[in-house]
Ligand binder design. Structure first.
Ligand code: SAM
Length: 250
């Protein structure tokens, strides 16, 4: 029986009770953004597993990859593919499903949907059409990397992937010169050397941390000035997935 005479108190009492005793059921007509592991399959929350188990349908960037995750957690729900080339086409279908009262879970290949991954278009369309969008938070390479980097984390700027073409990369990096805080990039192993060379020319005195293969068997953090890291890679080839963080002296 709710106590108190304001709706807010009633609502918060109910929320607290439902969390303590049995989790609230999924809300009909809601889009859930479900974060999934970035390597270690144990890195998934109880709520993410329950959302994936109870939703009407799961929209996945790569259905084959999603199937492995579902199998590991004994989840059996229908899958629809939703990658960067099909997101525009799929958005209307997803809105129809929300309109029919379905609960839709969106997962990317790894980590948090929308963060350098598909989903932004669907989120915007769902919100503009008045549907509820909920985050089911969990792994993200950025938030796994930055706290363990040792670099200042009070203020940071997430860049994501730089453009591929050299001119556009340099222009982007130069524009970032005015941006305060630790800069955080996602980068493919094929372009790590290129990025270190660019950092060596623009911010030679910066402290750089390369967070590689986070949560996986060969996880490592490499720290140094850009030239020191280039030296490290003069004898070996960059391999795996990287988050690159850059602290520039003021
Ligand atoms: N949505 C994901 C997230 O929440 O982090 C990011 C997806 S983005 C397509 C993939 C990039 O994230 C990789 O190229 C790499 O830069 C970074 N990344 C993903 N998993 C990683 C890991 N285990 N270790 C280091 N970086 C990772």
């Amino acid at each position: 029986m709710p106590k108190g005479n304001s709706n807010l108190i009633e609502f918060s009492n109910r929320t607290v009770l439902s969390c303590a005793m049995s989790p609230a059921p999924l809300q009909l007509g809601t889009l859930y953004l479900v974060a999934t592991p970035i390597g270690n399959l144990e890195d998934i929350t109880l709520r993410a597993i329950r959302t994936l188990r109870e939703c009407s349908v799961i929209a996945a960037e790569d259905t084959r990859r999603a199937r492995l995750l579902l199998k590991a957690h004994n989840i059996d729900r229908p899958l629809l593919s939703c990658h960067k080339f099909s997101e525009a086409r799929r958005t209307g279908q997803f809105l129809d499903r929300l309109e029919n009262g379905e609960t839709l879970a969106l997962v990317s290949d790894a980590g948090t949907p929308v963060i350098s991954d598909p989903g932004e278009r669907i989120v915007r369309a769902a919100l503009e059409s008045g549907y509820r969008v909920e985050s089911v938070p969990g792994p993200c390479a950025l938030t796994a990397a930055l706290p363990a980097s040792g670099l200042p984390a009070a203020e940071f700027h997430f860049v994501g992937f730089l453009p591929h073409k050299s001119g556009a990369r340099i222009r982007k990096l130069e524009a970032l010169d005015a941006v305060p805080g630790t800069l955080c990039f996602y980068e493919s192993p094929h372009r790590i050397i290129k990025l270190l060379n660019e950092l060596a020319s623009i911010w030679p005195e910066s402290e750089v941390v390369l967070a590689r293969e986070l949560t996986k068997k060969f996880e490592e953090f490499l720290r140094g000035r850009p030239v020191e890291l280039l030296e490290h890679y003069s004898e070996r080839k960059p391999k795996g997935e990287y988050v690159v963080m850059v602290h520039r002296p003021t």
